[in-house]
Design a protein around this ligand. Sequence first.
Ligand code: SF4
Length: 489
Amino acid sequence: MPLQDLAAPFDSPREACGVIGIWDASGTFNLPDYLVLGLTELQHRGQESAGIAVCAGDSIETRVGMGKVREVFPHGAGEMRASVGIGHVRYSTTGSSCVQNAGPFLVGRHGEVRDQLALAHNGNVSNSDELAMLLGDVTLDSTTDSEIVAHLLLAAKGETFVDRMRSVIPLLRGAYSFVILSGGKLYGLRDPLGMRPLCLGTLGRGWILASESGAIEKLGGAYERDVRPGELIEIGEDGLISTQLVERERHAFCSFEYIYFAGAASSFDGRSVYAVRQELGRQLAHEHPAPGADVVSGVPDSAVPAAIAYAAEVGLPYTEAFIKSRYSERSFIKPDQRLRRLEVDLKFSIVRHNVAGKSVVLVDDSIVRGNTMKRAIAALRNYGAREVHLRISSPPLRNPCFYGIDIGSDEDLIAAHADTERIAAYIGADSLGYLSLEGLAQAVTLSRGEAAGPRFHSGHCYGCFQAQGYPYSAHSAFEEQRERALASV
Ligand code: SF4
């Protein structure tokens, strides 16, 4: 296939969602405004819609809208008042981009808080079609997996919410971190494989759950730990109760969170995202040095820690080839292709002084289609770069993600169609080197001082790099259990 025929509408992996939940035991701060602030800190995880749901007296009140957090809440949360609530920023993974699909989702009879349930979801429940059939004649307001799960939970049998959760979880396939309001309490749950993140912290005398520790700390909270895979956190008047609903031997945290999605200031399970990115850069330097190069530069923002570490490892100066324009947006946000291209040009300024006449090693975190990188390399040459050697701090992206990250279909992915040499020729690089899968596995484990495990058993998902790295397989014991559970409903 001619590479220019790859017609992907974007050139970066797109985030899925960010979630937050706060329980204010003291009633001393304006919780809805804290939710809005926390969502702003998670904005990089989704820019299509934003919303909050709070327990207000005997009912749950929601406010959702399309756009970024500050567009939906230009003056904060306004008159809303509550001591418990949840929030959501979304990038569509199931269902199209419209306000009906914006979270959090409120289901149930209005008026009585214990008959209602609000849910915000990060991830993708990949068997939502078969789950929807279990709902019978329930009318759905959206086309999302999140609303289906919320209805399943509302309809599930069980004396307590924990019982209801226990009966629904075995039916779900895929990745999910939920924050939920029900019966005046706040709940948080991670899927049994722990694919998507969910962190727990304290905020004053209260509690906070958030997709990233960076959001907890930015609100003045203290990050305590990650919610464990399969663990349900329940927070109410009696404090925090942890219930391990499901225990799996194997976990599969998304390795792409470290490479690109998460904020560099966050940590997951004791691993600093920044430190992992540096380790990726060091591994990359060992695998693909660039003899004869003059300087190393990183593509802002997510590739910069890897580029700085790469430079130190090969003993070259680090320089800024690109400066991010202060008021630009990420290139995929606007849906119109022509505008998106214009934004690529507006997004960065090139520092001629740093690249003219030089052989530049450019480090980026990934290549989706390659069209943005092709333009970036052409621009560097226009500004006088003598050579451009591209180094990528992840393995080639060859497969789509079914677990809540919009990487594109394999038709969109340049590495699914071409080898490294052909990609280098297409994007105009003098040389191209990708980090190996082994290097990635080393980086996500070594950064915590552990020995690296066997390639696919180091507790991470690598599915978009190599199909055997997907955590689910049709014949696993896990899948057989799920099918039995579905058949028994
Ligand atoms: S397939 Fe890739 S993006 Fe999706 S969960 Fe696995 S590592 Fe993350």
